[in-house]
Design a protein. Sequence first.
Length: 609
Amino acid sequence: MRTWKSKAVLLSILFLALVLVSGSRVAWALAGTTEGRAADGEVPDPGTAGPLTVTRTEYRLDNDDYQLTCRDRVTGNPRTFPVEVVGSVHAPEDLSGGPFPVVLFLHGRHATCQMGVAEYYQWPCPDGRTPIWSYQGYDYISDVLASWGYIVLSISANGINAIDNNCTDYGLDRRGELIHYHLDRWREFNTVGGDPFGTRFVGKLDFNRVGLMGHSRGGGGIASAYKQNLEREDPYGIKAMLPLAAVNFQRPRITNSTLLVILPYCDGDVSDLQAAWYYDDARYEVAGDLASKHYLLEMGGNHNYYNTIWTVARVADDWRYDTRRLVDPYCSNLRRDDGGRYTPEEVRRIGLAYIGGFFRAYVGDEGALSPIFTGQAPQPPSVGDVDIHMTYHAPDAATTRRDVDRVVSDASLTTNTLGGAVTQSGLDPFNTCIPQRVVRPHTNCGPFEANIYARQLRFAWSDATARYRSEIPDGARDLSAFAGISFRAGVNYCETRDGGNCDSRNPVGEPQDFSVILSDGRGASASARVSDYSTALYYPPSQEFYFPSPGIEGGQKIILNTVRIPLSAFDGLDLADIRAVEFAFDQRPQGALLLTDLAFFSDGISTVK
């Protein structure tokens, strides 16, 4: 066991910026002031360190005698294999303020051993080969998070990585078991103590406030741990889940725990961004789900750079795993004038701010940070000049969200979720579609949809008189308690291989735009232009995801991002009697879009306990 101390770095840029957000002013506060908390009305920058001195301790338990069993993919027979019980714990040096919330990180699938530049998947490592400790790659996040009063565990899963492709579950359920084994051992340290920590952590961990982050296949592991937790007689209070560039092989529904999915646009490993399913599958799964859903699309990130151990590896840039991707004009180029890729430092600044900030907001109940994740506040200044889109699905409560149209069936072509009439003029086509995955991910909605399986409205227009109208029925017209209107949308760009479902009415490289109109019972109406409030309607950059000709592969994809427009933008209306929502396609002469999740929202955050 090794322990060292670090004063979590307080050399972040000192600033106090005022920015305009949705018609209101949001003050950014230097984290670490006012005894480490923001003053009322200020949004802390989660990319800066807190006031507490942090200790980091590595631990190894059970003398490597721990074993797990999976079912062999070929024979169906059980396979038992050794797994190390190894990890690190970052904690405040002074634990007198405990118990503290608990956050656990699980890395993904990566080589387990190395000899020179050669890497291997085997465990334990034979003589002459040294372990690759992937769990150490998130220390930069753990250190800052612990400095705000959290106990952060990062655990190793090399024994699983060495065998998981031979298992029917690809090791996901075994990862879930490993997570619970570590938590169970830490529950012992919290109650009676024990080697190697003695009594240092007795009474210092709050297992009613737990957050899980899983990277890559580790994301599938935390999803499995979530499922397993539901079946336990003594479940942990998992308040927040964060799949990072994650796989989603099993399609679990994560409900009643706040969810943030991080999607790197230039992911060269989980290149179909299948983690978007976690968000889409959970949105309407359980009525009354008070946990909000979020995903963050960062437009220049790759798969590996969130983990410092993976960044220094021989093939650290996962986008270049496959030579077919080297010609991509956007994802292959690191911050060139014609490229969009982020450096390792930029990716880690995003990870530091959003991973740490998410757990502080939704595990530690630091509500001052929630505007970053609901879209009320812009991206934190510490992340720098990067392009980020935050999508937000409010808790399912009468005071936080009123769904106008969930778009769950073809009924949305004539009737919305509230029962109001839906009409349109000048839209052709006007239908609904569900993205499909066949061999390589693609869709019948248009081109590749990044495995977003949400049903969507698909429509296009050829002149600026086209309209869409969704009426608000009696009983749902009083919107005076709501803050804004939102929907998810994306530009349905064209490519060459989609069998007739492509629409080329979007100018290449140009964003789309249209007007949102609200009308009230007095006959008054007011409009707001989408581009004044959102950049969600960008033309998807990069080269086509898949060409029918061999040898070329790109990163272009559609992700439906949230457009949020405050109701204060609609001047002169009686918000207690809104009769209809209209889209007027009057900003561009032609175009094609995909759209879903039309709703009114308040500024409420997750209230799940």
